[in-house]
Design a binder for this molecule. Structure first.
Ligand code: CA
Length: 266
Protein backbone atom coordinates (compact mmCIF):
# COMPACT_ATOMS: atom_id res chain seq x y z
CA UNK A 1 0.00 0.00 0.00
CA UNK A 2 1.31 3.47 -0.81
CA UNK A 3 1.86 6.22 1.77
CA UNK A 4 -1.37 7.98 0.89
CA UNK A 5 -3.37 4.75 1.39
CA UNK A 6 -1.76 4.24 4.83
CA UNK A 7 -2.58 7.83 5.76
CA UNK A 8 -6.18 7.39 4.77
CA UNK A 9 -6.44 4.20 6.80
CA UNK A 10 -4.95 5.90 9.86
CA UNK A 11 -7.44 8.74 9.48
CA UNK A 12 -10.39 6.36 9.03
CA UNK A 13 -9.17 4.39 12.05
CA UNK A 14 -9.17 7.61 14.10
CA UNK A 15 -12.65 8.44 12.91
CA UNK A 16 -13.72 4.83 13.54
CA UNK A 17 -12.49 4.90 17.15
CA UNK A 18 -14.33 8.12 17.66
CA UNK A 19 -17.47 6.69 16.20
CA UNK A 20 -17.36 3.93 18.84
CA UNK A 21 -17.10 6.48 21.63
CA UNK A 22 -19.75 8.61 19.90
CA UNK A 23 -22.14 5.64 19.79
CA UNK A 24 -21.65 5.02 23.51
CA UNK A 25 -22.41 8.61 24.39
CA UNK A 26 -24.94 9.24 21.63
CA UNK A 27 -27.93 8.53 23.84
CA UNK A 28 -27.11 11.31 26.29
CA UNK A 29 -26.15 13.94 23.73
CA UNK A 30 -28.56 16.23 22.01
CA UNK A 31 -28.17 16.72 18.29
CA UNK A 32 -29.18 20.18 17.13
CA UNK A 33 -32.33 20.04 15.07
CA UNK A 34 -31.81 21.41 11.56
CA UNK A 35 -33.87 24.49 12.41
CA UNK A 36 -31.83 25.46 15.50
CA UNK A 37 -30.80 28.97 14.49
CA UNK A 38 -28.45 29.46 17.47
CA UNK A 39 -26.20 26.50 16.53
CA UNK A 40 -23.04 27.38 14.58
CA UNK A 41 -23.40 26.48 10.90
CA UNK A 42 -20.51 24.45 9.51
CA UNK A 43 -19.89 23.52 5.88
CA UNK A 44 -17.79 20.38 5.37
CA UNK A 45 -16.27 20.19 1.88
CA UNK A 46 -14.75 16.77 1.19
CA UNK A 47 -15.16 14.53 -1.85
CA UNK A 48 -14.36 11.23 -0.13
CA UNK A 49 -17.77 9.94 0.99
CA UNK A 50 -16.89 8.01 4.16
CA UNK A 51 -14.62 10.75 5.47
CA UNK A 52 -17.22 13.42 4.69
CA UNK A 53 -20.01 11.59 6.47
CA UNK A 54 -17.83 10.71 9.48
CA UNK A 55 -16.75 14.33 9.85
CA UNK A 56 -20.34 15.56 9.53
CA UNK A 57 -21.60 13.02 12.04
CA UNK A 58 -18.88 13.93 14.55
CA UNK A 59 -19.48 17.67 14.22
CA UNK A 60 -23.26 17.23 14.55
CA UNK A 61 -22.64 15.61 17.94
CA UNK A 62 -21.36 19.03 19.05
CA UNK A 63 -24.92 20.27 18.41
CA UNK A 64 -23.66 22.15 15.36
CA UNK A 65 -25.67 22.48 12.19
CA UNK A 66 -23.60 20.73 9.52
CA UNK A 67 -24.02 20.79 5.75
CA UNK A 68 -21.77 18.92 3.35
CA UNK A 69 -20.46 19.44 -0.18
CA UNK A 70 -18.67 16.81 -2.27
CA UNK A 71 -17.20 19.14 -4.91
CA UNK A 72 -15.87 22.66 -5.35
CA UNK A 73 -18.92 23.65 -7.41
CA UNK A 74 -21.36 22.49 -4.77
CA UNK A 75 -19.31 24.23 -2.02
CA UNK A 76 -19.38 27.57 -3.88
CA UNK A 77 -23.11 27.16 -4.49
CA UNK A 78 -23.84 26.40 -0.79
CA UNK A 79 -21.75 29.41 0.23
CA UNK A 80 -23.75 31.73 -2.02
CA UNK A 81 -27.01 30.34 -0.63
CA UNK A 82 -26.40 30.69 3.13
CA UNK A 83 -23.89 32.25 5.49
CA UNK A 84 -21.79 29.77 7.51
CA UNK A 85 -19.80 30.25 10.72
CA UNK A 86 -17.01 27.87 9.70
CA UNK A 87 -15.85 25.99 6.59
CA UNK A 88 -13.86 22.74 6.84
CA UNK A 89 -12.32 22.53 3.39
CA UNK A 90 -10.40 19.66 1.82
CA UNK A 91 -7.57 20.71 -0.50
CA UNK A 92 -7.96 17.94 -3.10
CA UNK A 93 -11.39 18.05 -4.75
CA UNK A 94 -12.40 16.44 -8.05
CA UNK A 95 -13.40 19.56 -10.02
CA UNK A 96 -11.26 22.45 -8.69
CA UNK A 97 -8.91 22.38 -5.74
CA UNK A 98 -9.81 23.73 -2.31
CA UNK A 99 -7.40 26.67 -2.74
CA UNK A 100 -9.43 27.81 -5.76
CA UNK A 101 -12.63 27.62 -3.70
CA UNK A 102 -10.96 29.61 -0.94
CA UNK A 103 -9.77 32.35 -3.32
CA UNK A 104 -13.22 32.55 -4.96
CA UNK A 105 -15.10 32.97 -1.69
CA UNK A 106 -12.60 35.49 -0.29
CA UNK A 107 -12.85 37.52 -3.53
CA UNK A 108 -16.61 37.59 -3.01
CA UNK A 109 -16.05 39.16 0.39
CA UNK A 110 -16.96 36.05 2.43
CA UNK A 111 -14.93 36.24 5.66
CA UNK A 112 -16.07 32.94 7.21
CA UNK A 113 -13.14 31.19 8.98
CA UNK A 114 -11.71 28.30 6.93
CA UNK A 115 -9.91 25.22 8.25
CA UNK A 116 -8.03 23.55 5.37
CA UNK A 117 -7.58 19.76 5.42
CA UNK A 118 -4.95 18.17 3.29
CA UNK A 119 -2.63 15.25 2.82
CA UNK A 120 -0.09 17.81 1.51
CA UNK A 121 2.06 19.07 4.32
CA UNK A 122 5.10 20.77 2.85
CA UNK A 123 5.98 24.20 4.20
CA UNK A 124 5.24 25.64 0.75
CA UNK A 125 1.71 24.15 0.72
CA UNK A 126 0.98 25.54 4.18
CA UNK A 127 2.16 28.99 3.08
CA UNK A 128 0.00 28.83 -0.08
CA UNK A 129 -3.02 27.77 2.01
CA UNK A 130 -2.63 30.53 4.57
CA UNK A 131 -1.81 33.17 1.94
CA UNK A 132 -4.99 32.26 0.06
CA UNK A 133 -7.10 33.13 3.09
CA UNK A 134 -7.23 29.94 5.19
CA UNK A 135 -7.37 30.59 8.95
CA UNK A 136 -5.93 27.26 10.01
CA UNK A 137 -4.44 24.16 8.47
CA UNK A 138 -4.67 20.49 9.50
CA UNK A 139 -2.63 17.80 7.71
CA UNK A 140 -4.18 14.35 7.16
CA UNK A 141 -4.24 11.97 8.88
CA UNK A 142 -5.47 13.72 11.98
CA UNK A 143 -7.23 12.73 15.19
CA UNK A 144 -10.84 13.89 15.22
CA UNK A 145 -10.29 15.40 18.69
CA UNK A 146 -7.71 17.78 17.20
CA UNK A 147 -10.01 18.79 14.36
CA UNK A 148 -12.74 19.49 16.90
CA UNK A 149 -10.42 21.59 19.08
CA UNK A 150 -9.35 23.64 16.05
CA UNK A 151 -12.98 24.13 14.97
CA UNK A 152 -13.89 25.33 18.47
CA UNK A 153 -10.93 27.73 18.50
CA UNK A 154 -11.98 29.21 15.14
CA UNK A 155 -15.60 29.56 16.25
CA UNK A 156 -14.47 31.33 19.45
CA UNK A 157 -12.13 33.67 17.65
CA UNK A 158 -13.31 37.23 17.28
CA UNK A 159 -13.60 37.52 13.54
CA UNK A 160 -15.26 39.78 11.03
CA UNK A 161 -18.23 40.34 13.35
CA UNK A 162 -15.98 42.75 15.28
CA UNK A 163 -14.72 44.57 12.22
CA UNK A 164 -15.50 48.24 12.49
CA UNK A 165 -15.09 49.34 8.88
CA UNK A 166 -16.91 47.39 6.20
CA UNK A 167 -16.65 48.02 2.50
CA UNK A 168 -17.95 46.83 -0.83
CA UNK A 169 -16.69 48.63 -3.95
CA UNK A 170 -16.97 52.38 -3.28
CA UNK A 171 -19.45 51.85 -0.41
CA UNK A 172 -18.10 52.03 3.15
CA UNK A 173 -19.84 51.63 6.48
CA UNK A 174 -18.33 52.64 9.81
CA UNK A 175 -20.30 50.35 12.12
CA UNK A 176 -19.32 52.22 15.29
CA UNK A 177 -20.02 55.76 14.04
CA UNK A 178 -22.94 54.25 12.06
CA UNK A 179 -22.08 56.34 9.03
CA UNK A 180 -22.28 55.08 5.44
CA UNK A 181 -20.35 56.72 2.62
CA UNK A 182 -20.57 56.02 -1.10
CA UNK A 183 -17.96 57.45 -3.50
CA UNK A 184 -16.88 59.80 -0.73
CA UNK A 185 -20.38 61.16 -0.10
CA UNK A 186 -22.24 60.47 3.14
CA UNK A 187 -25.59 58.67 2.79
CA UNK A 188 -28.37 59.84 5.07
CA UNK A 189 -29.75 56.63 6.63
CA UNK A 190 -32.28 55.93 9.40
CA UNK A 191 -31.07 53.73 12.32
CA UNK A 192 -33.00 50.73 10.91
CA UNK A 193 -31.47 51.24 7.45
CA UNK A 194 -27.99 51.23 9.03
CA UNK A 195 -28.85 47.94 10.80
CA UNK A 196 -30.05 46.34 7.54
CA UNK A 197 -27.05 47.64 5.57
CA UNK A 198 -24.61 46.36 8.21
CA UNK A 199 -26.20 42.90 8.15
CA UNK A 200 -26.10 42.78 4.33
CA UNK A 201 -22.46 43.99 4.27
CA UNK A 202 -21.35 41.47 6.91
CA UNK A 203 -22.89 38.71 4.75
CA UNK A 204 -21.84 40.14 1.40
CA UNK A 205 -21.70 37.68 -1.47
CA UNK A 206 -24.25 35.49 0.32
CA UNK A 207 -28.02 35.40 0.06
CA UNK A 208 -29.79 36.90 3.04
CA UNK A 209 -33.36 35.67 3.41
CA UNK A 210 -36.24 37.72 4.82
CA UNK A 211 -36.35 35.24 7.72
CA UNK A 212 -32.71 36.02 8.54
CA UNK A 213 -33.37 39.78 8.49
CA UNK A 214 -36.46 39.26 10.63
CA UNK A 215 -34.49 37.24 13.18
CA UNK A 216 -31.16 39.12 13.21
CA UNK A 217 -32.19 42.72 12.51
CA UNK A 218 -35.80 42.92 13.69
CA UNK A 219 -34.97 40.41 16.49
CA UNK A 220 -38.20 38.48 16.02
CA UNK A 221 -37.73 34.77 16.60
CA UNK A 222 -41.42 33.86 16.60
CA UNK A 223 -43.23 34.70 13.40
CA UNK A 224 -46.49 36.06 14.83
CA UNK A 225 -47.19 38.14 11.76
CA UNK A 226 -44.96 38.14 8.73
CA UNK A 227 -42.65 41.13 8.34
CA UNK A 228 -41.98 40.34 4.67
CA UNK A 229 -43.71 43.50 3.39
CA UNK A 230 -42.03 45.71 6.00
CA UNK A 231 -38.64 44.22 5.05
CA UNK A 232 -39.25 44.64 1.31
CA UNK A 233 -40.21 48.31 1.77
CA UNK A 234 -37.17 48.90 3.99
CA UNK A 235 -34.84 47.37 1.40
CA UNK A 236 -36.47 49.39 -1.39
CA UNK A 237 -35.79 52.63 0.54
CA UNK A 238 -32.25 51.58 1.42
CA UNK A 239 -31.53 50.65 -2.19
CA UNK A 240 -32.74 54.05 -3.44
CA UNK A 241 -30.21 55.72 -1.14
CA UNK A 242 -27.29 53.33 -1.67
CA UNK A 243 -27.60 52.52 -5.39
CA UNK A 244 -28.31 55.87 -6.97
CA UNK A 245 -28.74 56.59 -10.67
CA UNK A 246 -25.50 55.72 -12.48
CA UNK A 247 -23.99 53.83 -9.51
CA UNK A 248 -22.77 50.25 -9.78
CA UNK A 249 -25.64 48.20 -8.36
CA UNK A 250 -24.71 46.61 -5.01
CA UNK A 251 -28.05 45.49 -3.49
CA UNK A 252 -29.56 42.64 -5.52
CA UNK A 253 -32.87 40.83 -5.22
CA UNK A 254 -32.73 37.05 -5.10
CA UNK A 255 -36.15 36.27 -6.50
CA UNK A 256 -38.45 34.48 -4.08
CA UNK A 257 -35.72 34.21 -1.41
CA UNK A 258 -34.33 37.53 -0.26
CA UNK A 259 -31.43 39.84 -1.02
CA UNK A 260 -27.72 39.87 -1.60
CA UNK A 261 -25.14 42.65 -1.38
CA UNK A 262 -22.12 42.43 -3.61
CA UNK A 263 -20.40 43.72 -6.72
CA UNK A 264 -21.69 40.83 -8.85
CA UNK A 265 -25.33 39.85 -9.09
CA UNK A 266 -26.25 36.42 -7.66
CA1 CA B 1 -10.17 14.97 -1.19
Amino acid sequence: MNAQGCDLLRFLHDVGSLQCSFSASFARMTVAPPGNSAAPRILVVEDEGKTRESLAEGLRLESWHVETAASAASAVSSLSDHPFDLIVLDWMLPDRDGIDVLRTVRQRGVHTPVLMLTARNSLNDRVIGLDSGADDYLPKPFAFAELLARCRALLRRPNWTNERLLDCGDLQLDTRARVAVRAGQEINLTPREVDVLEYLMRNQGQTVTREMLEREVWKQSQRMTSLDNVIDVQIMRLRRKVDREGDERLIHTVRGVGYQLGRTSP
